[in-house]
Design a protein around this ligand. Structure first.
Ligand code: GDP
Length: 368
């Protein structure tokens, strides 16, 4: 399962967001047993209304949504890369994630101390980013001397690695994250991931705004600052959220929640957008299996071919792949049934070279 780490300075709303997320969305995530050993890990489902439409067509009562694991990486402070706070432990936790959700404070509240003084989300982003970059610089320097020796010995892979590290070191030294290293080839991007660099991970900034500001968040001066910052950096995205609104949803029934959100002029606390944004940032998409037993959402990368996509269900599906019977979600829902889709020529038989599309509804045929 995809793993996203929640980071940010103290008092920006990380724990509020994490606790609210994992409690208010617990019912939806019932199919994913909670990690009871580690209270800092929670499973949150990826909202996808299409699964519920398919439920009606497949005549089943069960929907198993896709899910993301969120890890609360609290306590990252300036100096973490030098072991301040519980620095090294936190950095190691981040290393294990696929993406970073970086919460920045965009609400003003004099009762809640801002550890850096006034509210300034771009400065906060830079403080945390600096810690990640410094930790990476350490790792890169260690790796440089090792690969240099191997490269000199004639190892071609080491030579390619060394060339990249030599460009990376001065870049990190300027305080810039690895994910904005210019002119990287696809192979080099893979290497950056392979190095497990913290600042090479995709980032989404969650701008935590005051409850009353969510409906007009794009006009919030702090959110605007983050938007301008993100525009200047690729491999980043931002979403306004309200951790407080999400927290208030915990004890409300579905009806009450709807009414409460309506009064605030929003349809969600921003969290659905945050989850979808994380999904997009990572280049992920969904396909469905739909039968009497259940409708199930499966997560794959964009561009994956049929056998690889089948492999997320079971490795046997990938190994023994024969063909996939595929109907696009739009065709199936427009026509109303598999039989009607077949009559309309929209039910396709696809082979090994077929590239999966978002929303494909699929039945696999395989040898076992
Ligand atoms: P963390 O240190 O980043 O995990 O921050 P917490 O989630 O513990 O929040 C710190 C304090 O800020 C708590 O008292 C929260 O209730 C408060 N807080 C979080 N989000 C908001 C918000 O949107 N508005 C206001 N006024 N307070 C918030």
């Amino acid at each position: 399962m995809l793993k996203a780490g929640i980071v940010g300075l103290p008092n920006v709303g990380k724990s509020t967001l994490f606790n609210a997320l994992t409690r208010s969305r617990k019912a939806e995530a019932a199919n994913y047993p909670f990690c009871t050993i580690d209270p800092n890990v929670g499973v949150v489902v990826v909202p996808d209304e299409r699964a519920y439409v398919l439920k009606g067509i497949a005549k089943t009562n069960v929907v198993v949504p896709a899910a993301i694991e969120f890890v609360d990486i609290a306590g990252l402070v300036a100096g973490a890369s030098k072991g301040e706070g519980l620095g090294n432990k936190f950095l190691a936790n981040i290393r294990e994630t696929d993406a970073i959700v970086h919460v920045v404070r965009c609400f003003v509240d004099d009762d809640i101390i801002h550890t850096m003084g006034a509210v300034d989300p771009v400065r906060d982003i830079e403080v945390i980013t600096t810690e990640l970059v410094l930790a990476d610089l350490d790792a890169v320097e260690k790796r440089l001397s090792k690969t240099q020796k191997l490269a000199k010995g004639g190892d071609k892979d080491a030579a390619a690695e060394f060339a990249l590290l030599e460009r990376l070191q001065p870049h990190l030294n300027q305080g810039k994250p690895a994910n904005v290293l210019p002119d990287t080839t696809d192979d080099e991007k893979k290497l950056l991931q392979f190095f497990q660099l913290l600042s090479a991970k995709p980032v989404i900034y969650a701008c935590n705004v005051a409850e009353g500001d969510l409906a007009t968040a794009e006009e919030n001066p702090f959110v605007k600052q983050v938007a301008a910052f993100v525009k200047a950096h690729h491999d980043a995205a931002y979403v306004p959220i309200s951790a407080h609104i999400e927290a208030e949803l915990i004890d409300l029934s579905a009806e009450e929640a709807k009414e409460f959100l309506k009064d605030l002029g929003v349809s969600d606390s921003g969290v659905s957008q945050l989850i979808k944004g994380t999904y997009n940032l990572l280049g992920l998409q969904t396909y469905f299996t739909a039968g009497e037993k259940e409708v199930r959402c499966w997560t794959i990368k964009k561009g994956w071919k049929a056998p690889q996509a089948a492999g997320v269900i079971h490795t046997d599906f990938e190994k023994g792949f024969i063909k996939a019977e595929v109907v696009a979600y739009d065709d199936l829902t427009r026509l109303g049934s598999t039989a009607a889709a077949r009559d309309a020529g929209k039910y396709r038989i696809e082979g090994k070279e077929y590239v999966f599309q978002d929303g494909d509804v699929v039945l696999f045929r395989f040898n076992n």
